[in-house]
Ligand binder design. Structure first.
Ligand SMILES: Nc1ncnc2c1ncn2[C@@H]1O[C@H](COP(=O)(O)OP(=O)(O)OP(=O)(O)O)[C@@H](O)[C@H]1O
Ligand SMILES: [Mg+2]
Length: 171
């Protein structure tokens, strides 16, 4: 894939420049360049093993490129981790939804990012279920997912609803 656009990064949400990824002696990506404007949708096509997933893993901070540069909103960025990419608004939504079916909606929404509060001693910290419930209900309302209760296990939801929650979680 060649970057045919001029080297301007203004107005671009994301830009990859000459990305190379090697696993040991194997070169999986050999100079991939791409630009992604705000609100633009970009499809990546290729044979099995062409390197699509590897490219996405670089953009989402799961892998680091061996060579080449990434720009987020025009700033050169060394994506340190999935959390770092997420903090920049870049996240992978997998086809297999990574929710824990037996856990409640609100637990799933705050999985691994639970809201905590300090106890009186300020040494112990407690998971704030009340706040997580309220925030979860509000957030679902915002994205137009209507559920009887955020205490329901996600297995009770439709696939579409689960996708919406996984998508929100992915933000
Ligand atoms: N962690 C890894 N270590 C070594 N080789 C890897 C690793 N990850 C991917 N590869 C190799 O890199 C190549 C590209 O894999 P990748 O999964 O990116 O392809 P893909 O285009 O997503 O394929 P598919 O269409 O099958 O999903 C493959 O040859 C794969 O075996
Ligand atoms: Mg793949």
């Amino acid at each position: 894939m060649a970057d045919t656009q001029a080297a301007t990064t203004t107005g671009l949400a994301l830009r990859g420049d000459n990305l190379v990824k090697r696993f040991g002696a194997v070169t999986v990506l050999d100079g991939v360049s791409l630009t992604l404007g705000q609100g633009e949708i970009l499809g990546v096509l290729g044979d099995n093993g062409a390197g699509k997933s590897t490219l996405v893993k670089i953009l989402t901070g799961f892998h680091q490129q061996t060579d080449g540069k990434l720009y987020v909103h025009g700033d050169e960025t060394l994506m340190r981790s999935v959390d770092h990419a997420r903090s920049l608004g870049i996240e992978c939504m997998y086809q297999d939804i990574a929710l824990v079916n037996s856990l409640s909606i609100y637990h799933n929404m705050f999985l691994n990012r639970e809201i905590v509060r300090s106890g009186p001693s300020r040494i112990l910290r407690f998971v704030d279920h009340k706040q997580m419930r309220e925030r979860a209900a509000q957030l679902l309302d915002d994205i137009g997912v209507h559920v009887p209760s955020v205490d329901l296990p996600v297995e009770r939801l439709s696939v579409g609803q689960r996708q919406a929650i996984a998508g929100w979680h992915a933000r």
